[in-house]
Structure formats: structure tokens, C-alpha cells
Design a protein. Structure first.
Length: 178
């Protein structure tokens, strides 16, 4: 079976190239993120699978749910995706579009999970350190996960740095059982 990301990649690339050529990267990213969020709703997801609706009706319904703020050409993308039965791939398309945008802008999204909330100084220090390590500008988001016990779990694209106490305990347990 083909992975959803593989199926979504051509749509994301085409949307990205069009948005880049028309200097609308931010508007397209916002629109795709909004559409991805809409399609994850259970009722909308069911509507997208309804065999009684045509592809055009599905695309039109999504456009109307998204409102008036979308670029006009996003409707063309939705129409093509609907014709090919790929509207359910919108979350993957949005994620791939964001990755392409970050690559062009030399930015990377870094997500940090910590056992306790970070202070502003710790957040800034971590952001500066990651910017130097990755040699790109970063967008840092964070959340708390008490199950980590202490330390931090950092994710940036394919890079995962597990400095959490839970991660170290799991590694120790694995070493001891070998």
C-alpha cells in the first residue's frame, strides 16, 4: 500500500511552486493548514467519503467551510484533489507544504517537550543553541510532559534529541537486559 505522504507529495510540490511563483507562500500555508484542520473533523471526513456526492460538490463544500479568506487558486487544487479522490490527504499536503516553505526560508520548526515549563531565559538559551547546532533560523514551540520525569525531548525534522530522564532510564534498562 502506498504511504499517504507519497501520494500527497506531488500536490504539495505543485501548490508550493504555484504559491512561490505568485508570492503567496504565507496565504497558501494558512489556507492549507485551515483546510487540513477542517478535514480532520469527523463529520467533514464522513462527507468526503460520501459516495452520493460528486467530486465538485466535495471541493465546493470544503471551500465553503473554509470561508472567504482562501486564495482563489486553492479551489483549483481542491478540485483536482477531489477528482482524484485525494481530499483526505490535505493534512499531509499541508505538512509537506510547510516543510518546503521552511527549506526555502532556511528555517526549521523545533518542538521541545519538557517535564516542567521552561522559563523565558531557558527558552531563549535553547533557541540560540539549536540555531547554532542546526545552522538555520528556528521556530521553537514547547509543551510539558510530566511523564518525562526531567530533562527534555527535542524534535527538529528528522533529528530527535532525547535528554529526558525517562529516555535515559529506558536506555539503561535496555542495556541491563542485553
Amino acid at each position: 500500500m502506498i504511504e499517504p505522504t507519497t501520494l500527497a507529495r506531488p500536490y504539495a510540490r505543485a501548490a508550493f511552486e504555484h504559491a512561490r511563483a505568485s508570492d503567496q507562500l504565507a496565504a497558501w500555508q494558512s489556507a492549507l493548514s485551515q483546510l487540513a484542520a477542517i478535514t480532520t473533523d469527523a463529520k467533514v471526513s464522513a462527507m468526503l467519503r460520501d459516495p452520493n456526492q460528486t467530486a465538485a460538490q466535495r471541493a465546493t463544500a470544503l471551500m465553503s467551510l473554509a470561508g472567504d479568506g482562501l486564495p482563489e487558486t486553492v479551489g483549483n487544487l481542491l478540485g483536482i484533489m477531489a477528482d482524484n479522490g485525494r481530499l483526505a490527504l490535505l493534512p499531509e499536503v499541508a505538512a509537506l507544504f510547510e516543510q518546503l516553505k521552511q527549506a526555502v526560508e532556511s528555517t526549521v520548526a523545533v518542538h521541545v517537550s519538557t517535564a516542567y515549563p521552561l522559563s523565558d531565559a531557558e527558552t531563549q538559551q535553547l533557541a540560540d543553541t539549536m540555531q547554532v547546532k542546526l545552522e538555520r533560523s528556528i521556530t521553537l514551540t514547547s509543551d510539558t510532559d510530566p511523564s518525562l520525569l526531567g530533562g527534555a525531548l527535542i524534535r527538529a525534522d528528522d533529528l530527535v534529541i532525547d535528554g529526558s530522564v525517562r529516555g535515559r532510564l529506558n536506555k539503561l534498562a535496555s542495556t541491563l537486559t542485553q
